[in-house]
Write a protein of this length. Sequence first.
Length: 125
Amino acid sequence: MDVADKSIESLTITSWVDIEKINSTNPIATNIVAPRKEKQFKPLRPLRQWLEELDVRNLKLARALCRLIPARCPFEREVKLFGRTLLSIPPMCKLNPVYEELMMLRFRALSYLADECGEDVSKYC
């Protein structure tokens, strides 16, 4: 018998076993831990959904979005003195909780301008 066969059997058996029932009926089986089902507090969920569902079908709106949402992180900097880098500040935009949604919205606006309107989007990049 191979180790892989044993692990596949144990995975198959544990996938249909009710762990919470085992823990409540057998006090010895305390080492089996059930996954936590905690309710998470997500206050930005409505804003994220609104940004994801926003449909770009207006030329003025698409242009405004491409101008307002920067293509690169505006906080990324390199402080140089006499041609030598003294300090490098990394991009901080990934800390923004709605960063992914904003980038997708900008991409949809750029796609609308390029595909539907036939506009040159190189000035927004």
